[in-house]
Design a protein around this ligand. Structure first.
Ligand code: SF4
Length: 242
């Protein structure tokens, strides 16, 4: 039997009891499977068809919106893309806008200079290497400018229906806070979620968890009193806040 030691650790979202077990990543005590299934059943019941709050019509529009959404709100991205996509919503048209016009559409969004350059490079790669279409495989997506693992996961999941789970700040916080899939960094949380989220719920997990983190299990003061998974959650410092 491995030696088990209890320590206290501070990670995003709160303080947690930790069990040191050399045969488990970070030594966390796993949430049991029945509870994980119940959590996703409840989230699904509350939101049967979870969707991104980014507005888009095509995989290309979603790709551009997700590139723009880094460190920006979906609301600010939607305001900008409404006008941008009316002017150009395919790689050729967007490339032909040129850097100055493109920037004029997205200047209200943080990091717009870098994002504009990445978008134009991505458009050129799509034209040169993918016949103007958004590729459906991870290596090709991650080869695009401004596209990392998280963005590729969002595109694979939301545009192409793959059971990927992109870990953003909300999903990282919730996974640690409620002991669903604790990890020290986003890749650890993603890998653990892919292992522990029941297969039937993997495709929707990304959006269920994001929406839950955005509106209920918020960063500063989670709304435990209004939470549909309060009795299942393993967070130790629940609030009465509704
Ligand atoms: S009970 Fe509170 S901490 Fe747990 S998931 Fe709900 S809002 Fe988050």
């Amino acid at each position: 039997m491995p030696t088990v030691r209890f320590t206290r650790n501070h990670v995003a979202g709160g303080t947690y009891d930790r069990i040191s077990q050399p045969d488990k990543p970070h030594g966390w005590r796993d949430m049991n499977k029945a509870k994980r299934i119940a959590i996703f059943e409840r989230l699904k019941e509350a939101t049967p068809k979870p969707e991104t709050e980014l507005q888009y019509q095509t995989p290309f529009e979603l790709l551009i919106a997700v590139i723009l959404s880094a460190q920006a709100t979906d609301v600010s991205v939607n305001l900008a893309t409404k006008k941008l996509f009316a002017a150009a919503n395919n790689p050729e048209a967007l490339r032909d806008l040129g850097i100055r016009r493109l920037k004029s559409f997205i200047k209200s969004i943080g990091l717009f200079n870098t994002k504009a350059e990445n978008i134009l490079k991505t458009c050129q790669i799509l034209i040169d290497e993918h016949s103007g279409l958004v590729p459906k495989d991870r290596p090709s997506l991650e080869a695009l400018s401004g596209v990392g693992r998280k963005t590729a996961n969002v595109i694979l999941n939301t545009a192409f229906g793959e059971p990927t789970i992109a870990v953003d700040t909300h999903i990282f916080r919730i996974s640690n806070r409620i002991n669903l899939a604790p990890g020290k960094n986003v890749r650890e949380v993603e890998d653990r979620l892919m292992r522990v989220v029941p297969n039937d719920y993997k495709q929707g997990a990304h959006h269920w968890l994001i929406l839950h983190g955005r509106y209920v299990c918020v960063a500063r003061k989670p709304r435990c009193g209004a939470c549909v998974i309060e009795d299942l959650c393993e967070f130790k410092d629940k609030t009465e806040y509704e």
